[in-house]
Design a protein around this ligand. Structure first.
Ligand code: SF4
Length: 140
């Protein structure tokens, strides 16, 4: 790899893969109805990842769901929280979602790059915890 490319990548920490999918593969959580990874600390977080050739034993992936909808259908909150009608029970229109982000970015141009949102993660049962574990604990 050319020296310029290496320093460019290191400076910007650019990746061509999804960090939350890497986190899923690494066993850190399960995907919710909102398409976010729900870990033991919920889905209000940012994942980062890097690749290595180091041989490491894989962690087991959790088998149990972490989303109440996928677990027993007892929650659909993320659908109503989604701005712009991009998320439905059986579909997610990622381009529609991104259009809302781009619209907001234009509106708040003084803040710089702002093409991410996160409103669907706020104030829902899985924001800061694994709600299935809590529900199961309360039932038992
Ligand atoms: S808000 Fe409810 S339905 Fe949406 S991802 Fe979280 S637990 Fe699942």
């Amino acid at each position: 790899m050319a020296e310029f490319e290496k320093s460019h990548l290191l400076k910007r920490l650019v990746s061509d893969w999804s960090h939350r999918h890497a986190a899923f593969v690494a066993g850190l959580g399960r995907f919710g109805l909102n398409n976010m990874l729900i870990t033991e600390s919920g889905c209000c977080g940012r994942a980062g990842s890097f690749l290595t050739s180091l041989k490491l034993p894989p962690d087991p992936r959790p088998k149990a769901e972490a989303c109440l909808y996928h677990h027993n259908g007892s929650c659909e909150r993320s659908v109503s929280r989604f701005v712009g009608g991009a998320l439905f029970i059986d579909n997610f229109y990622r381009h529609k979602c991104y259009q809302v982000c781009l619209k907001n970015e234009k509106k708040y141009v003084s803040l710089g790059k702002a093409d991410v949102c996160g409103k669907c993660l706020v104030g829902v049962p899985c924001s800061f915890k694994n709600p299935v574990k809590e529900q199961d604990a309360n039932a038992g």
